[in-house]
Design a protein around this ligand. Structure first.
Ligand SMILES: *[C@@H]1O[C@H](CO)[C@@H](O)[C@H](O)[C@H]1NC(C)=O
Ligand SMILES: *[C@@H]1O[C@H](CO)[C@@H](O)[C@H](O)[C@H]1NC(C)=O
Length: 404
């Protein structure tokens, strides 16, 4: 091959790769109250399409749903135990002929069901928040559970990093795009947040676009084969002052969860955070009051304050101490910064509480970052680089994870 031909081949391969890698898919994210669960909606079925509503879970390996909620089950294909699909599903089983899947359920009892395939239909996007055109995954693999969840949720969308069958993995493999996805969880029930699969360089959420990109900070993901998204934590700060924590307390890192509503911390971490926050909060005129239960909810918060003279703006909690999590970055520590909207909750007109929960002395995980902290941030999981990226709070840019 002559140099010129080789150049042409190289250029066209490069062009093809560039085109491929920029395809991106979009699904809405809806917040449900008072359960504080987040779910997405798309269509399943070949002949009769059914809108399915699935809770979003970062630890579920294979999507499952109550197939009785589908309008038609005639197009579901059962998977045999001998098939390579069945063999490569972690936790698979067999009922003699057909593939079974037993899945721990983040929202209740474990579920067992048959593994099936059918067409899944959702939308493409250019990075914006309105659908462009419909696209279908002809053989989307999921399992049919017999137990339902409480409506409106019909099942759980698996977004785990393990195995080949999480939703984003099936989509990016089928369409040959970069294996990554991003979540922008809405803080309000009045509209939809954003779930992107695949990669383009810009998220077109006003005021951001290609020429004014949303800045993202990266940190490595630990051991993705564990089936969880865990990041290393180097320190925790309140108004810039590091908490006095034994380094061993942070060794387990922090797991990211879309089903836990408030960040759960091991007792010593919680106590250190609560006392540093209280010290700063009382200096700016807030006064400590006994623990309180959340408004219309089930959580009880231990660290609560009468706002007093610090009170400036009911909605935006502008004046509360800033909490930062220090993480390994490309060149030293990077900080994930949380302001009032993500660090406190209002329980009474003049009372706010620290929106973190004490997880006990010896929890399974020392830190689980929950949705109250994640909402209104863009959080991107890039499996190709084993990295997570996060934006600043969109609220700082007069934006939110919300399209009306
Ligand atoms: C991108 O956003 C900036 C700032 O909001 C705006 O001034 C600019 O016109 C936008 N550009 C495009 C191409 O939409
Ligand atoms: C998901 O798969 C991983 C890796 O095979 C496994 O360790 C984990 O237990 C599975 N998770 C669930 C919830 O089944």
């Amino acid at each position: 091959m002559g140099g010129f031909t080789r150049l042409i081949v190289f250029v066209s391969m490069f062009a093809a790769i560039t085109l491929i890698s920029e395809a991106q898919y979009y699904l809405p994210i809806i917040k449900h109250e008072p359960s504080k669960q987040y779910y997405t909606v798309f269509d399943i079925g070949s002949a009769a399409k059914s809108h399915v509503t699935l809770a979003i879970d970062l630890e579920t390996n294979l999507t499952w749903l109550n197939c009785r909620t589908l309008k038609s089950i005639s197009s579901l294909r059962l998977i045999t135990c001998q098939s390579s699909t069945c063999k490569s599903i972690p936790g698979n089983g067999c009922d003699g002929k057909y593939c079974l899947y037993r899945q721990p359920n983040p929202l209740g009892k474990p579920v067992t069901g048959r593994v099936v395939q059918d067409k899944a239909t959702f939308s493409t996007t250019d990075g914006g928040t309105s659908p462009l055109s419909e696209v279908s995954l002809p053989r989307f693999t999921f399992s049919c559970a017999t137990q339902g969840l409480s409506l409106p949720v019909a099942g759980v969308l698996g977004l785990s990093p393990a195995g080949e069958f999480s939703f984003w993995r099936q989509v990016t493999t089928a369409f040959n795009v970069i294996p990554k996805f991003a979540l922008c969880l809405p803080s309000s029930v009045f509209g939809a947040g954003h779930f992107y699969v695949g990669g383009v360089n810009s998220y077109n959420i006003p005021p951001f676009n290609g020429s004014n990109p949303l800045p993202m900070t990266m940190t490595p993901l630990k051991n993705v084969d564990s089936g969880k998204y865990v990041i290393s934590v180097t320190s925790i700060y309140v108004d810039g002052v590091p908490l006095p924590l034994k380094p061993s307390l942070l060794e387990g890192g922090a797991k990211i969860s879309t089903v836990v509503p408030y960040t759960v911390l091991q007792t010593d971490i919680y106590n250190a955070l609560a006392s540093a926050f209280t010290l700063k909060a009382t200096k700016i005129g807030m006064s400590k009051v006994p623990g309180m239960r959340e408004f219309l909810g089930t959580h009880t918060f231990e660290t609560c304050f009468e706002e007093g003279s610090s009170r400036r703006n009911i909605e935006e909690f502008v004046n509360v101490p800033v909490i930062e999590i220090g993480l390994p970055g490309r060149a030293g520590e990077v900080k994930w910064r949380f302001h009032g909207a993500n660090t406190v909750v209002r329980v009474l007109e003049t009372v706010i509480c620290l929106a973190f929960v004490d997880g006990g002395e010896k929890p399974h995980e020392p830190m689980v970052i929950g949705t109250h902290q994640l909402q209104d941030y863009m959080i991107e999981f890039d499996y190709s680089t084993r990295r997570m990226a996060f934006s600043e709070s969109l609220l700082l840019h007069n934006s939110r994870c919300l399209t009306m």
